[in-house]
Each structure stands twice: as C-alpha cells, then as structure tokens.
Design a protein around this ligand. Sequence first.
Ligand code: PMP
Length: 413
Amino acid sequence: MRHVSGPQGSRVVLDGRPVLLLCSNNYLGLADHPRVREAAADAAMRWGAGAGASRLVSGTMTIHRRLEEALATFKGTESSVLFGSGYLANLGVVGALARLGGAGGPSGSVVFSDELNHASIIDGCRLARAETFVYDHCDVEHLAWGLRHKLGPPNHRAGVIVTDSVFSMDGDVAPLEEIVELAHRHGVRTVVDEAHGTGCLGPGGRGAVADAGLEGHVDVVVGTLGKALGAYGAFAACSAEMRDYLTNSARSLIFSTALPPPAVAAALAALEVLQEHPEMVDRLQANADAIRDELAREGFEVAGSSTQIVPLVVGDADLAMRVCETAIEGGVFAQAIRPPTVPDGTSRLRLALMATHTREELRAAARTLGRAALQAGFRPGAGVPVAAAQPAGHPEERVVAPLAGEDTAAAAA
Ligand code: PMP
C-alpha cells in the first residue's frame, strides 16, 4: 500500500511526493470539508467514539435514526437502515433477499447478477448459497433469457435481480429502466447498488435510480457513505416493511457493531452540504466530461464511461503497473487495477474524478498520462476494449466462481 500524508484532498503527498489524486472515491471532496470534520468531532464529544454493540443488542442511538430519516428523504423511499459498510450492506441485503422465498420457498430463490457486479455482491451470492445466474454485462436480453429459463412457471420460484448502478471499474451505468421492467414482468425483486451513483448522478446527486425516474420502483437501493458522502458506512433505502425484514434478517447488520457516531454525524453533515450545494454534482460531471475530452485528445479510448469513473484500459497487468508508476513520477496518481478486481487482460488505470479538481489540473493530468503511457511502452488507444475481453454472451448459466484464494491480490476500489 502506498502512503498518503494528510486528508484525501485533490492533491496529496504520496510516499513523500506531491501528486494530483485521481483515484479517490471522495468524489465531492466532502471527506475533509470543514463542516463534515466538525460534525464528526462534535459527535465524538456528544455520543462517544464507538457505538458499543450491534443496534439489536445495546439499542439504537439518536444520531443513527436521524441519518436514516435523512437518507430515506434524500433517496425518495419510505425508510432506510444503516450498515457498517457497503461490503456488509451487499452481503446482508443479497443474502436476506435470496432467503425471502416466494412459492418456491427459501431454497428456491434465484439471484440474477451482472457479471461485473462488485465483489461484495458476488460474495453476497456465495454466502446466500442461492442459485445464481450471472448475466452478461448490462445485457438485458441475456437477463430476460435467464428469467424465463430459471424461474419456471409463474409463482414457482422467487428471484432477485442485483446490479451496480454505476460499475465501479468501468464507469458505465446499468440499463435500470429495462431491468426494473423485466423484474416487474417476472415478479422478482430488485437490488441496485448505488455506491458510485449516490452524490454523483441524478437530480441533486440522488443517484442513477432517480436519474432514470425509478424512485419507488426498486426494492432495495444500497448506497455508501464512504465515497461521495466522505464518511464511512452504508445504507439500504427501501420500504418500512423491507427495513423491518432486513433489520431482522441481514446477518451483517445483526451480528456487527453499529457505525461509530462520528462517522454517522459526518455523513449527515455531508448530506446537508450536498443538498445545499447541488452544483457540486454538476461540477463533478463537468470535470469527468473535461478529462474525457483531454484524454481522447491524447489518443485514449474513453467512450465507454459516462460518469466520474474513467478507466484507461491497458490490458496487461505489468504494463498497467508501469504506466501507473511512470504517471506518479510525473505527479499524477491513478492506481492500476488488475485481476481479479477486473477480468483478465483488462488491467487498467481507474481514474476517479473529484468536483474539487480544477480544469488546469485535469488538462495537465491528461498530458502526463499520455506521456507516461508512451514512456512505459503503451500506445494510448491500443488497450483491449473491455467488452472484447469478457466472456462471450452465451445464454447459459455461469456459476459464481468458488473462493479458492482468488480475492487476496485484489486492488479493490
Ligand atoms: N459496492 C460497490 C459498487 C463498490 O465499488 C464498493 C467499494 N468500492 C462497495 C460496494 C463497498 O463499499 P464499502 O467500501 O463501503 O465497503
């Protein structure tokens, strides 16, 4: 791990060298916003540093309730419930919904999961031990095929479709309208992970679900507090009935200590700042557009991204590392991401924009990245297109891979 001195601002000192930070999920710069810091400090004085136990054991605290209400209002849902992290939220929500059987009973549920979903969703599927149908990335026809073939006659088996909204390594957005439409048609539930949509997309940063006009049409929207909201933790936004079910069924919530009050208060303050300054979201997206233009001018293929996450696909893992190291020497830090976090042959530099980057910084960064690529032996634009590196779209079940120690080397984001 590299060493960063100071907070996760747009410029940091990395292993003693000043660099532009282009790979932090602190998208809105709220992690070190003065109001957010103060809220965390005040909460520590008022409620203490830790929550003491699971909320089901030692009781819920005022500040947790307050944040849950604010998040439900923000997401346009009846209710919400906090989790210790996005990883824990997906683990708990996928498991709980897979057990929420229909006529087929608990063991009869099928989970339908996009092949590029985040590792926490994949692990949620594994832990649920439910049958999992992995559909080709964003391929609604493959998903529809799976729904037709796996569910059987109407009301026979329960199912749940799970997808990231913004894919964390590619910066593309799931076809949410079609997914929700398919879910309604087949009578299955939906879970959308808005880890990278919350605070970044949609009206006022309410996410991709809101952007698609689907508020109230998704059973569970998972969001994280550690990315655009600058703190730590996560939530599931849903109906009150679903909240009660999750509270009593999601094992990662039941058997884990509640979020520390300073993290909860920080997220609450961040949400207030975001609601007072929705222009931050516009600035973030404008920065993403700007760097895509600059990178395209350098020859990089960036058309696959439409959000604040912009991958520069290099292909070979060692080559991606060399480009990353050379860019750091030039003053730009964009971490190389390798398998198993991304499919074999698609190693990349994953750029994450911040609303606080300036246009000049981004212009200079694109030039540095272009030069670094050439110096490292990679011609921009020569990377394997992401879609081409993925398995062919056969309409057949792909089993979620066994654990087999594969997760150890992940440079997760
Ligand atoms: N979902 C997605 C899509 C993510 O990218 C991440 C983290 N990178 C998570 C969930 C996990 O969130 P957390 O870091 O809060 O555990």
